[in-house]
Design a protein around this ligand. Sequence first.
Ligand code: GTP
Ligand code: MG
Length: 195
Amino acid sequence: LFAGPVEFLKGVVAMEGLPPDDRPEVCFAGRSNVGKSSLINALTGRKALARTSNTPGRTQEINFFTVGESRYLVDLPGYGFAEAPLPVVEKWQRLLRAYLAGRASLRRAFVLVDMRHGIKKVDEEIMGLLNKSAVTFQVILTKADKVSTADQEKTLAQVRTALAKHPAAYPEILVTSSEKGDGIATLRALIASIA
Ligand code: GTP
Ligand code: MG
């Protein structure tokens, strides 16, 4: 799937702007700065396809990327703290939740969690929304390169416990580093298998 061309299709700021839901898509959700856009770049092997930044709140639209013939990868704005004016943040937060709860072609939502921090209250809230909306979701731990093996085990244990409460959660937890490439090939294969 990832051997073919990858292209930016469009950035969406309102539900009416979503492309037709005529093909399977997976999205990347998570707190601001968790590494959603970086992961899309690592997956596609394109350094600057999705814009990344140290400043939380970099991605402010729902960005659609086409991979292969007929698949979308969707980069979402982050939730939680963002360095942007409050009314703007509130607008994109509403859009994000409407998308997650109501997108017919969404096959799986990847919920990214910073391996250093584990699952926070706002992650729980989003997982509750996905669960209620019957959207299958899967946790991807990010920034593994910043965490010792012992601390990785601690976060994994916390996430396993949290996921046990959510029937819509896919039990396998992926450990990744966009920086070092850990878990990227596995995730590519997984996405290719989601039809
Ligand atoms: P928003 O769009 O603001 O919600 O953020 P985002 O989740 O898209 O995060 P982004 O990909 O922009 O990355 C945020 C910061 O984390 C950047 O400075 C990245 O370089 C850094 N980062 C992302 N992934 C990794 C990783 O695997 N390891 C390390 N060390 N840093 C990472
Ligand atoms: Mg981003």
